[in-house]
Design a binder for this molecule. Structure first.
Ligand code: ADP
Length: 523
């Protein structure tokens, strides 16, 4: 149901000290109407810009982010509780990297795309024009608040759209994106921010954007799709995951243990593509396990707000209190069913920091192996055969990412192909996301649609097909009037053109006869 005013008060708290950082009233219908009006007004001017001009605007954002990186990181770490290093690599560095790659890539993607025209349409030409859709609504989650707000918005803008973006109420970074856009000299009103929770999000959908790009949980993704279906608004859904990482017996233990550690605990395990379950070949299980536990015990965790200033702290706090309850529930469920904690397993009192945790004796009857945990918990299970581990990896409602570790690249490639996911890294984890040329997205309940890669721009475009006949005098064979002779000749074309050994002479002669008939037989 449409709500006229939002009654939500948003309170933003520090995940480390649990003190309130600030609070505000969520945006309601009046502001949303104004924002949408401004977006509709500015959109034709964005469409009128050349691709180069749009790119110039986006470069201003990059320059501002580079120049102000430390103050931006201050805001990110305060609200997310993630480590400073994580904020630098996965938000600041990533934003700059994606913009730099798309500086060139977008030019090619926004050009008319020529496509071949088949022989039966001889003399004509065909192309696809990537055109904007209008106003794009971007709804973002709390785990990468700056990156997830900026990158889809920038892609949508590059495609010529106006953008309305609603950050998560958990980490809204209130005022930060406005500051970047205003102070960098970005085009006014081209990207606008609306603040609030689900009520505000729902009102935004009622404003009938031309497309919705959503990143968040499966449960909310379902609601958004259902709501959007009322107006037939297309949606891209980037949802959750339960990434499996598979380690074969021929790996370098030291490198693999370090890679797994990062894949499981980066951004406090709150990445949709974090390692959520690890399968290790039986023959190296003990060795790798010992190394992972030894390294995990050395990780420095955020335990005070001061730690958010340090660049030698590894793992941050859990950002959302409701997520911490899920993590604790998954660990409790695993223990009750026979799992054993080798390190971590509890939070630091007075904070939302959950100690990096390694669990063994786990199986697929436990939530920790089947539901999204989204925290710094690594359950490890041994396997015997390739067939068995592929079965386990695919035993999940999710299909976002995964990784395979082996020196045998043929085997790694075979397993990567067998995994039912949208992304797989080989001898690394989550590294596909570091290459903006690669598309990102999931299958199964991890959602659909892709962004980054070529789709990064095209997902926000109306890919308009055009076919041109240069006004020849020809009357097409499939036009009226129909006649038995034309029917017979078209059958001859079918028999000559679509058979394995084509009969070109027949095609030519028949086409000429059809042309003659076309000129003679008219109503
Ligand atoms: P998470 O951030 O944990 O993945 P959600 O999936 O619930 O959490 O939320 C992701 C984003 O979706 C947030 O910006 C949130 O405010 C927004 N949201 C939640 N419910 C709705 C809804 N019914 N309609 C529109 N947006 C919503």
């Amino acid at each position: 149901m449409e709500t006229l005013a939002s009654s939500e008060t948003i309170s933003v708290t520090s995940p480390v000290s649990l003190r309130q950082l600030y609070s505000f009233e969520a945006d309601g219908r009046d502001r949303i109407d104004k924002i949408f009006q401004q977006a509709r007004n500015i959109q034709p001017s964005i469409e009128a810009l050349t691709a180069k001009e749009r790119i110039e605007y986006v470069m201003k954002i990059k320059d501002y982010v580079i120049a102000n990186r430390e103050s931006l990181i201050d805001r990110i770490v305060a609200e997310t509780g993630k480590s400073r290093f994580d904020a630098f690599t996965s938000e600041i560095f990533e934003i700059c990297d994606v913009i730099e790659i798309f500086k060139k890539k977008a030019l090619g993607l926004l050009k008319d795309q020529k496509v071949p025209t088949p022989l039966v349409l001889m003399g004509k030409k065909s192309y696809v024009i990537p055109q904007p859709l209008g106003v794009i609504l971007v709804i973002t989650p709390w785990n990468y608040p700056l990156y997830q707000t900026m990158i889809p918005s920038i892609f949508a803008f590059l495609a010529g759209n106006a953008v309305v973006v609603k950050p998560s109420e958990v980490t809204p970074l209130r005022g930060v994106v406005e500051e970047i856009l205003e102070k960098s000299g970005f085009l006014k009103d081209a990207i606008q921010i609306v603040y609030g929770g689900k009520e505000t999000g729902s009102m935004l959908i009622d404003s009938r954007p031309d497309k919705i790009h959503f990143t968040g949980s499966c449960a909310t993704g379902r609601k958004i799709m259902e709501h959007a279906s009322r107006y037939l608004i297309p949606v891209d859904l980037e949802l959750g995951g339960k990434d499996a990482s598979i380690v074969f017996d021929d790996v370098d233990i030291d490198r693999t243990a370090n890679g797994i550690l990062w894949g499981a605990f980066t951004t406090t395990g709150q990445s949709c593509t974090s390692i959520e379950r690890l399968y290790v070949h039986q023959s190296i299980y003990d060795k790798l396990l010992n190394e992972i536990v030894r390294l995990t015990q050395q990780l420095k965790t955020v335990s005070s707000e001061d730690d958010l200033q340090k660049t030698n702290v590894d793992v941050g706090a859990v950002t959302a209190s409701f997520q911490l309850r899920i993590i604790e529930e998954h660990v409790r469920d695993a223990i009750e069913k026979g799992a054993e904690i080798l390190c971590g397993g509890k939070r630091i009192e007075g904070t939302q920091t959950f100690m990096p945790t390694v669990l063994v004796n786990v199986n697929h009857s436990m939530k920790i192996m089947t539901e999204e945990t989204f925290g710094p918990v690594l359950p490890i299970m041994p396997f015997q055969t390739e067939e068995e581990v592929i079965h386990w990896a695919n035993d999940s409602p999710y299909g976002l990412g995964g990784s395979v570790w082996s020196k045998d690249l043929k085997r790694a490639d075979r397993v990567a192909r067998a995994m039912k996911t949208g992304n797989v890294s080989i001898n690394s984890h989550m590294i596909t996301e570091a290459n903006p040329h690669l598309p990102f997205g999931g299958v199964k309940e991890s959602g659909f649609g892709r962004y980054k890669g070529d789709f990064g721009i095209w997902t926000f475009c109306n890919m308009k097909s055009v076919l041109v006949d240069k006004q020849s005098s020809m009357i097409e064979a499939h036009w009226y009037p129909f006649s038995p002779t034309k029917y017979k000749l078209l059958n001859t074309i079918l028999d000559s053109l679509f058979v394995r050994s084509k009969k070109w002479l027949n095609v030519l002669q028949t086409a000429m006869q059809l042309d003659k008939i076309g000129r003679k037989e008219k109503y």
